[in-house]
Write a protein that binds this ligand. Sequence first.
Ligand code: NDP
Length: 340
Amino acid sequence: MTTSTILVTGVSGFIAKHCALELLAKGYRVRGTVRSAAKADAVRKTLAAHGDVAKLEFAVADLLSDDGWADAATNVHGVLHLASPFPLAQPKDADELIRPAVDGTLRVLRAATAAGAKRFVQTSSSVAIVHGHAHARTAPFTEADWTNLDGPHVTAYARSKTLAERAARDFVAAEGRSLHFSSVNPGFVLGPVLDADIGSSADLIVSCLRGKYPGCPRLSFAVVDVRDVAKAHRLALETSEPSGGRYLAVSGAAWFKDMMLPIKARLGDRAKKLPSRDLPNLAIKFIALFDPAARTIIPDLGVEMRIDNTATRKALGMEFIGIEESAPAMAESLLRLGLV
Ligand code: NDP
């Protein structure tokens, strides 16, 4: 068993808490960053309910400031860099997302390099791969594709994740060659939430369970289970593959309705407000007049996502949990926590 210390940035986040658990279970020491010390107790309590937290510690640092990152990175073997803003609705000013994503990533990379860390895994996203391409495209997206920032309808969030991953790769090529770098690019993350601090992907499922949506938008996107995202981060940290790997953490693509039906099948009456019929595109356009989150999906309505994770499965030697399990597991955890 290893005793190396791994820095997990944004450990209060939905995915990062699972990453911390995955690392602790494998014997790593975990130093999680929080923006304010007040959050640390809640994270410790959550993780203690699911694993042994004797090797868990915290550091305080914000992506928008240099303060705290040097201390946070001291004596770490590796970094999982998850912290980044992920809102469902896009801000008016894209820099609200781009600055913490890009400048924050560079801050963490500089601190990790200066501290002599050996490994760095950046949490990027499938949105750094699939945006800005022609809708007529039929070839599946793979790790080799990049979001086209000059293409149409690239959201501020997709821009922030693409620019952050590009900036990280440029930094490593220029100044961080001592670092073994990879990115994990997850699709929309489902699977169990661990506490009430749930993040945006679970927010969407809460809204569905509360009956906010009268039907399912004809929207198709890449999906993945949070337990697999955590495992992919650990495997990327440990891999003997060369530096520079890009790992597409997706179980496949699904229509919005494909996400709802397994929840209904498992939860029955407990999910009676969940939408299960297709919603005409015209209705979404009407909803978008009042709902900024709905506005961002309009260009993608009716466009089928095709995505191929073969290379990642082979490189990391893992299989992915399907949506039939990951969607109901998220819904069940939300109900168990009384969040619906
Ligand atoms: P959460 O919102 O749950 O977590 C985001 C984390 O980032 C929180 O810990 C948050 O801290 C932290 N953070 C945000 N802004 C700052 C800042 N200025 N300084 C320091 N920390 C900050 O989201 P997820 O767990 O879902 O996302 C984690 C990562 O995974 C992100 O990089 C996201 O882009 C990526 N991702 C998520 C997907 C998903 O479907 N969930 C899909 C693909 C990628 P605080 O608790 O203080 O707000």
